[in-house]
Structure formats: structure tokens, C-alpha cells
Design a protein around this ligand. Sequence first.
Ligand SMILES: [Zn+2]
Length: 316
Amino acid sequence: MKPRAALLATAIVMSGICLGDSGPAPNVSQAFAQGPAPAPALTVKEVVRGKIYWVEGGGGTAGFVVGDKGVILIDAKRSPEAGKALAAAVAKVTPKPITHVILTHADGDHVNGLAGLPDGLTIIAHENAKIEQQGMYLYAVAEIDGGRCLPPLDRMPNLIMRKSRVETTIDGERLVLHHFPNAHTTGDIAVELPAYKTAFAGDVITDIVLLHPERGGTLDGWFSAARGLLALDVDTFIAGHSATLETKASIRKRIADLQAQRDVVAGMVDHGQTLAQVKLAMKDPEKLDIGCRGIPRPTFAENAFHDRVNRNQELK
Ligand SMILES: [Zn+2]
């Protein structure tokens, strides 16, 4: 099927209205409020009929590929409830069982829904993404109440990608996994389906947090990853957080827009401007968003400021 058909993706509303769960983070008190999470409303959208779907709501964008005998998920949403809702959404499209999950990276809104999925799955991730998940438990002992929004320990990745590119066949589907080092995190994977010129880009392409410096994400890594996506023979990209499907044109625009902002920040740093002055000029919010685990999400201006300072301090 022509990938162009992807751009005409048909929404199948599974239950209610998509709540735009990928929006701004809750404030600290909301993030730390305890209580059972309601089942999120998910929206399933078709990319290639009968074959490739993406699913909005309940965390980062997830997706699935219908194979010969089973279903390969890409990411698992943010909570046990969302994972259950994802499994139910898949079941409305196909009776085939979920057999594999490929994690695009280790962020909780893509991983923690594993707790709501069936047992016995093959869970694929880059080695660094697994290390990031394991590392969260090291920090958790010193965090409030022993840590929040942690990945399910009994659902750690059990099939590990260590190379930068792996071509494989799962359940009759040819997949090419691409690892982009130190982009959004240290363990980013894009999942390419060459037969359909389609790729799941994970959070390398996102409308919210561009990169997590606390998890090894870097601006150089992000630009390399974005250019790496452009180099693929792919027409349709499914982003980790975006209301629409992405194309090479839209990714090129993201690169150009962010490079322009990066240049502005670099110029200000070179003229001795402080971080506060840069944040003001770049219209950063006064308070940072706080992620589910209580870690602030840095803005692009902050990342670009520190990146430029480090460049200017380089030992040559
Ligand atoms: Zn992410």
C-alpha cells in the first residue's frame, strides 16, 4: 500500500474523546497526588490498513504492527491502566495476541504501561534504555516515597539491541531498528518498516521535551538523529508526541527551526548574556514543567545555553 495513504489516516475512536494526554506535565502537587488513575481514552489511527496503526492518549504515542500470527507493539503508554487500554484497543482491531513490544526509549510515558500488558512478552530495547530503567531504581531509594512512576521491574527488556542498526524479521515483518546515541535519551530506537516506507521515530520527534540532558540527551545527538531519520527511505514518520503524522518535509522544518533558535542562543552566549537573560529573550516559562518522577523538564533555550557554554569551554 502506498505510504501516502498514511497521510489520510482514519481515526477510529475507541472510547470517548482523546484527551491529549501528551500535553504539559502536571504541576508538582498533581504529579505527586496518589490514587488510582482512570482508564485513559485512546484513539487508534490507521497508517496502513490491516497492518500498521498508531495510538494516541494515555502517554506517548504508541503503535502496533499486525504480523502473521501476532502483534508487535511499539511502546506501551504511561501507566498500567493505559497499558490495559492499549491491549484492549489492539483487540478491537485484530484478534491476534500481542507477542512483542519494542521500546523506543526508557521514558515512563512509553514504558510503564508494560505493567498492564499480558505476561510472557518479548520486550525489545536498546541496551542503554534498559540501563536507564535499571538506574531509576538506584535513584529511587533517595526519592520521595521510594520513587514514583518507575518502570515495572518484572517487565524489563529481555531482548537487547546493542548495535546502531539491526535488520530483523519478527512474525513475518521485516524491521530495521536504528539506534541514535545521546539524542532524546541514551537509548533511542527508531523502528523502520521498509516495506511500507514507514518508521516509528519515538521521542526523537516530539512536540514536547526535545531531549533529556539528565538521561544523556544532547543537542548534537538530537540533530544527528533527526538527520538520520531524513536519510531513511521512509515517507511517513510516527512521532512520540505529535498530533499529526510527520514527513521528511516536516522533519526538515523542525531541524531548520531549532537550528535558528540554537543560533540565536549561541549568539547571546557569545555576547556574554546570562542564562536568565537567554530564557527571558526566548520566552521561557518562569517555572519549569515537572515530570512524573519530579524531575524538571529543561527547555530548549536552557539546553542550547549549556550546549554553547560547553562548546566555548572546550579543551582543544
Ligand atoms: Zn521521551
